[in-house]
Design a protein around this ligand. Structure first.
Ligand code: PLP
Ligand code: COI
Length: 359
């Protein structure tokens, strides 16, 4: 299969209405005029690739995804560069992770070239939707659902792959500030052998009650501990985590099957090592975090992900404890890594690893 058919949106949003929306986009509420779709069936393989007007999907109530949640997704950004170009950040890594998620969920595997091409075609079509605000980007949301109409419990024989583009600004309301975390000792996110390292909707569905609990207690985000010993820090509901020690080294939980292998995480490990910093991928316990924060052995912590980029952590609480990280604000290493990553993503700094794909 080659090429994407193009069916332009017959009623695109007016320029005036769009620029009004793009002045203050927030996160995940503004969608562009088009979407990309590709279908899969066991007999035809991948077919019917197109860019069409964004609009509702019509699904039969017996469609498999509605019953057994065979669904995966990705999140990546396209940026407007200072020189007028546009680039996607590490789309090949998202393509590879999407295939791994598909394997875990017994779904058809989309070839990486189709994943990257679908994102590229959509960005080129809706390039005028990239907001010119601080942190502005097109957030791409590729996802795939089991579209076979069948109630038997088995891997579907038909899939619908779709990419949406959303004009986004900063993820956090009120801009960049250090966030406060609640450590859940009641709920876990993923167990060994489960789906923790897959980016499947089910992982997010089960995290919502824990996130709701964190918000109800006055915090921004939940932190999950491992499901076996309930002491090793894993990740947040939608971000990985790093710890910055007083000796300048960094620690981040290892990828062991239960956490999402974040592309921002991998990029920051590389950027930190490029600077000569030591980064250890090793387990770090909640009681150690508290002791190290209180003794000064740990000076900063931050969360990271495509949506949240690099977000400083100021405060951490759980049942019976509540501690501050460093001064409770943004630490030096956190600020520097955020600047290095954002500058690279926007083409304002060299890209020695070839992470930007100009389109
Ligand atoms: N962990 C979870 C659970 C996530 O949803 C995300 C977001 O995609 C991340 C980590 C960070 O991954 P990435 O840096 O690839 O966006
Ligand atoms: C992303 O960072 O891309 C995610 O999927 C996280 C989600 C909370 C928006």
């Amino acid at each position: 299969m080659t090429g994407f058919a193009f069916e332009p949106n017959p009623t695109p949003m007016s320029v005036n209405e769009r620029s009004g929306l793009l002045a203050d986009p927030g996160f995940g509420r503004i969608f562009t005029d088009h979407m990309a779709t590709i279908r899969y069936s066991a007999d035809k393989g991948w077919h019917d690739a197109k860019i069409t007007a964004r609009g509702p999907l019509t699904v039969d109530p017996a469609t498999a995804v509605l019953h057994y949640a065979q669904e995966i997704f990705e999140g990546l950004k396209a940026y407007a560069l200072d020189d007028g170009g546009i680039a996607m950040f590490r789309a090949d890594a998202n393509a590879a992770r999407f295939r791994k998620s598909a394997q875990r969920m017994a779904m058809a595997e989309l070839p990486d070239e189709l994943f990257v091409e679908s994102c590229k075609q959509l960005v080129l079509t809706d390039r005028d939707w990239i907001p010119n605000v601080d942190g502005g980007a097109l957030y791409l949301r590729p996802f795939m659902i089991a579209s076979e109409v069948f109630l038997g419990v088995k891997p579907a024989a038909e899939y619908l792959y779709c990419v949406l583009a959303s004009s986004v600004g900063a993820y956090w309301k009120g801009g960049a500030r250090a966030v406060s975390l609640w450590v859940s000792h009641d709920y876990t996110r993923a167990a060994p052998g489960g789906t923790g390292e897959a980016k499947c909707g089910g992982n997010y569905a089960t995290s919502l009650v824990a996130q709701q609990d964190a918000i109800a207690r006055g915090h921004d985000q939940v932190v999950f501990l491992d499901a076996v010993e309930r002491r090793w820090i894993e990740e947040l509901g939608g971000m990985n985590i790093f710890f910055v020690m007083a000796d300048g080294s960094l620690v981040t939980p290892p990828l062991g099957g239960t956490i999402l292998p974040g592309i921002t995480r991998a990029s920051l490990i590389q950027l930190a090592r490029d600077e000569g910093l030591t980064v250890r991928e090793e387990r770090y316990a909640i009681e150690q975090w508290r002791a190290d924060a209180e003794s000064g052995a740990l000076v900063e912590s931050f969360a990271c992900g495509t949506a949240a980029v690099v977000t400083p952590i100021g405060r951490v609480a759980g049942p019976g404890y509540d501690f501050t990280i460093g001064s409770g604000g943004t630490g030096q290493t956190t600020a520097r890594l955020l600047a290095r990553l954002s500058d690279l993503q926007r083409g304002r700094a060299p890209d020695p690893h070839g992470w930007l794909q100009r389109i």
